[in-house]
Design a protein around this ligand. Sequence first.
Ligand SMILES: NC(=O)C1=CN([C@@H]2O[C@H](COP(=O)(O)OP(=O)(O)OC[C@H]3O[C@@H](n4cnc5c(N)ncnc54)[C@H](OP(=O)(O)O)[C@@H]3O)[C@@H](O)[C@H]2O)C=CC1
Ligand SMILES: O=C(O)C1=N[C@H](C(=O)O)C[C@H](O)C1
Length: 250
Amino acid sequence: MSKLRVAVLGAKGRIGSEAVRAVEAAEDMELVAALGRGDKLETMVEAGAEVAVELTDPESVMGNLDFCVRHGIHGVVGTTGWTDERLARLRGWLDAVPGTGALIAPNFSIGAVLTMRFARQAARFFESVEVIELHHPNKADAPSGTATRTAQLIAEAREQAGCAPQPDATSTALDGARGADVDGVPVHSVRLRGLLAHQEVLLGGEGETLTIRHDSTHHSSFMPGVLLGVRRVVSAPGLTLGLEHFLDLD
Ligand SMILES: NC(=O)C1=CN([C@@H]2O[C@H](COP(=O)(O)OP(=O)(O)OC[C@H]3O[C@@H](n4cnc5c(N)ncnc54)[C@H](OP(=O)(O)O)[C@@H]3O)[C@@H](O)[C@H]2O)C=CC1
Ligand SMILES: O=C(O)C1=N[C@H](C(=O)O)C[C@H](O)C1
């Protein structure tokens, strides 16, 4: 059996270095390039990479993916910073190179994927929903990509179910006191030394609350998802948004 030829972009970073180790340890994969900032993307092409695992930063990710797609290299992307406009641009690039695929995974950990799924399921049954994400203080962006996606999924489910807007009679004395508004769902970001990646979805109804909490306590939590993404993206042309599409969740 021939091994999948994999490149990692952002190979010296917190998650990128973990991905390098995971790909090296996978029996069905060969790490053919491990690139950091300033390294030439052409190295991937020369090394015959079939899949690039993109774990850099929101400023770098679009340029890297443009290059990958143009060279027919599939992308498994954990980097954050996705907007509708960016997704549309990526779809356009993928359309121009049929057969090439990209997975955008707001979170590679199974627990986080399930949190999003459960939050979407529960959202229509409660009057109020808020998201709190908690991360290490070196994280580049806020809110997290996972929290943004979670809030979007909650908002979609509530809209489909015809839910009324959330009750909130607060008049805020300080900007930011009620968090960021993502499609009508408040999202709060905590940055705290000692944490890695955590999220709570708080749902409230008359006389009851439901809390869905997930904790990633080590970057290894993301690796089964990264490897699954690599194995599946090669036969999933176009854009796949969310690892759940590669999991049999039902
Ligand atoms: N989807 C998921 O499950 C997860 C996603 N993430 C996301 O992954 C991204 C990286 O996170 P994290 O590892 O903590 O961040 P780090 O800052 O630790 O790592 C990013 C690495 O990418 C490098 N880099 C930047 N630009 C380029 C480029 N153009 N080419 C190659 N390398 C580049 C950086 O170099 P330099 O240090 O020189 O800037 C750095 O080494 C973030 O967007 C984060 O939110 C993180 C964990 C899980
Ligand atoms: O930067 C991180 O650490 C993480 N980033 C992703 C995000 O923004 O959602 C995934 C996970 O939360 C870890």
